[in-house]
Design a protein around this ligand. Structure first.
Ligand code: SF4
Ligand code: SF4
Length: 635
């Protein structure tokens, strides 16, 4: 309803623009409405009659919606400030007055001319001016003349008042959003640099990193604050808000905008220097974000959140303001290159599992051993006991489709994806540089990973790396070329649903490949959750969240598991080790153990795949012939 009303208002304004300006001209020079005398002008006038009517009715609908139905997403909890309902209603009223005055002006003009025997332009049937015209029939010519003048003055004064008033209220978004949308960031998955225009090695020279006070925001981010229409769609889709964390993206914007109006550009003295954290924002609010991107996906005005949040975190990290639970993993990342603090030499331990090792050999690309493809494992899959199974499944699938691949072993460091989004830019750069060096030395020509966070980092945060693919893309291609075929599922009563990981889906738009793989498995029944693809609901794993316990009423993963149950699924398939941790945990917390399971896509493929290996049990990853689908990578 809100969308339709908005489209109608916008279209009405576009139609009425020429008419309104020609009316204003009429007030200073008679005859400036001569456009009306031409045939095209008369047609235009008829259209404007309907446009004014539609906009007028939309104002009533919008006001009723705001005052009577009060959609929940418009509510403003006291901790986020005051509702802007009065401002919104005042503006609706001003526009309604403008439309009414314009219509009355047209109606009285036609009525007056008709009374004096002139051929008057007819009014559009059933439009507001037409209805008003009917009510003027019984009035005296003088009264009609008075109405003509009065409605003109009301129209002109309302219009000028509206123009002057707009920059001080929510309505300003109509103007600022034109520029906001034009300059919007289009490259998904990326994070803005610490400072535009600085090369990475100049970061050390920056005195203060990140956003600490209001003017540390970029001009584009300030423009965003003015451009928000306060519609609440971002907060409505924000998983942090849904589970009661102290974060609601809409209010990140409106609080900053209120701050702007209090301090800039007209009222009072600019009070920059006031730290934002502790005044308008709280620590928990800023740490609560998983950088899932749902808010940005949903915002009709393309307002950015992740970059602002990362910039605010950079400021906090620069001031040493880091949550206690995150200090240990950060320290471990600095000293050991992984958040668990485990030894570097144990990074390839997952390949040493007995059954796996008996059947597969995974090369470690240490300079003397070479391969075409690097399997970038990343920390969680390397060290977490449960996630190591995803590493082994990936290696088995890659080996069985004939990929000539290897891993970096001890030379691999954490991709730094979460570290960067956490705001620790210098640590991220150190991790990235060590990985880059190891990747270059390995001589690989392409990279495959099963971790969407590593995939996103390698694709967007690293420079000059070989082409990167998520394993789901490799598998989908092999399914397409017929290289991978599947056994039918053993239990046909199972219902599967695919949970889109944020960094595979929203940030990299890989929605179809995992689904195509699932649909290629004979007998597999798949349903979609209500929130899927670009509207997927974050499991809560992003942004170092595995190490941070935010204040929340329930876990995001639990909400997601319930969504899967509602869709009628009992198997959640995902394609991300972080999602896996959260979903398995959530199934337990939600009391769905025994009724629901979670499995990674690559584990499912590994389980269902018809193998050449069955005929060649001695084949090894190192020896398997390179496949067509492996070679045709990234085509
Ligand atoms: S990125 Fe996700 S968690 Fe963060 S504010 Fe946006 S919707 Fe909420
Ligand atoms: S940021 Fe975008 S989605 Fe959120 S309230 Fe503002 S306009 Fe609406």
């Amino acid at each position: 309803m809100a969308g339709i009303v908005h489209i109608l208002i916008f279209a009405g304004f576009i139609v009425l623009a020429v008419h309104t300006f020609s009316l204003l001209g009429l007030g200073t020079a008679a005859g400036t409405d001569s456009v009306s005398s031409a045939a095209i002008g008369r047609t235009y006038d008829l259209v404007t009659n309907y446009a004014a009517t539609v906009v007028f009715l939309c104002m009533i609908v919008a006001a009723v919606r705001r005052l009577v139905f009060k959609p929940a997403r418009y509510a403003v909890p006291p901790r986020y400030g005051k509702a802007h309902t009065a401002d919104a209603i005042f503006l609706l009223a001003l526009i309604a007055v403008l439309m009414f005055a314009e219509s009355l002006f047209e109606a009285s003009k036609v009525a007056y001319l008709a009374r004096h025997g002139h051929t008057a332009q007819s009014l559009a049937t059933l439009s507001l001016p037409w209805l008003l015209g009917k009510s003027l029939v019984s009035l005296s010519p003088q009264t009609v003349w008075n109405l003509y003048l009065t409605s003109y003055l009301i129209q002109a004064l309302t219009f000028y008042f509206l123009l002057c008033y707009r920059p001080f209220g929510i309505q300003f978004h109509v103007e600022t959003s034109l520029f906001g949308v034009y300059f919007a960031k289009l490259d998904r998955g990326t994070v803005k640099p610490v400072k535009w225009g600085l090369t990475p090695d100049q970061i050390d020279q920056v005195k203060s990193i990140g956003v600490k006070t209001f003017t540390d925001f970029t001009w584009k981010h300030m423009l965003d604050f003015y451009s928000c229409a306060d519609c609440g769609r971002c907060s409505d889709k924000c998983p942090a808000n849904a589970v009661g964390r102290p974060l609601s993206p809409r209010f990140l914007t409106t609080k900053a905008r209120d701050y702007c109006f209090q301090h800039y550009p007209v009222f009072g003295k600019a009070q920059n220097g006031q730290p934002l954290i502790g005044t308008i924002y709280s620590d928990d609010e800023i740490w609560s974000c998983t950088t899932c991107g749902a808010c940005e996906e949903e915002c009709p005005l393309l307002i950015e959140y992740i970059d602002k949040i990362v910039d605010l975190r950079r400021g906090m990290v620069d001031d040493g303001n880091v949550p206690k639970s995150l200090q240990k993993p950060l320290k471990a990342l600095k000293s050991r290159g992984n958040p668990y603090g485990k030894m570097e030499k144990k990074r390839a331990e997952w390949t040493k599992e007995k059954d796996f090792q008996n059947a597969y050999e995974v090369k470690v690309l240490d300079g003397s051993t070479r391969a075409d493809t690097l399997f970038f494992v990343d920390s969680i899959t390397s060290y977490d006991d449960r996630m190591q199974a995803i590493g082994r499944a990936t290696a088995r699938v890659l080996a069985d489709v004939g990929e000539n691949f290897g891993i970096l072993g001890a030379a691999e460091k954490d991709s730094g994806h979460e570290v960067r989004r956490f705001g620790e830019e210098t640590l991220f750069m150190a991790l990235r540089d060590q990985n880059l060096e190891a990747i270059r030395e390995s001589g690989v020509t392409r990279i495959v990973t099963a971790d969407p966070h590593a995939y996103n980092a390698l694709r967007h945060d690293y420079l000059d790396v070989p082409s990167v693919e998520h394993v789901s893309q490799v598998i989908a291609r092999c399914v397409r070329t017929g290289q991978i075929k599947f056994d039918p599922v053993a239990n046909t009563s199972d219902v599967y649903t695919y949970h889109d990981p944020c960094y595979l889906g929203r940030h990299n738009e890989i929605y179809e490949e995992p689904r195509a793989v699932l649909d290629a498995i004979p007998g597999l029944k798949r349903v979609e959750m209500k929130r899927s693809r670009d509207r997927s609901f974050c499991c809560g794993g992003g942004g170092l969240m595995l190490f941070y316990e935010p204040k929340e009423e329930q876990r995001m993963g639990v909400v997601r598991a319930k969504m899967a149950a509602e869709a009628g699924a009992n198997v959640i398939v995902t394609a991300c080790p972080f999602c896996m941790v959260n979903m398995e945990d959530a199934i337990k917390v939600a009391g769905l153990e025994g009724k629901m399971t979670a499995i990674d896509l690559v584990e499912l493929v590994d389980r269902q795949m018809l193998r050449r290996r069955a005929e060649q049990p001695a084949a090894s990853a190192a020896l398997a012939p390179e496949s067509d689908c492996a070679r045709s990578s990234l085509a």
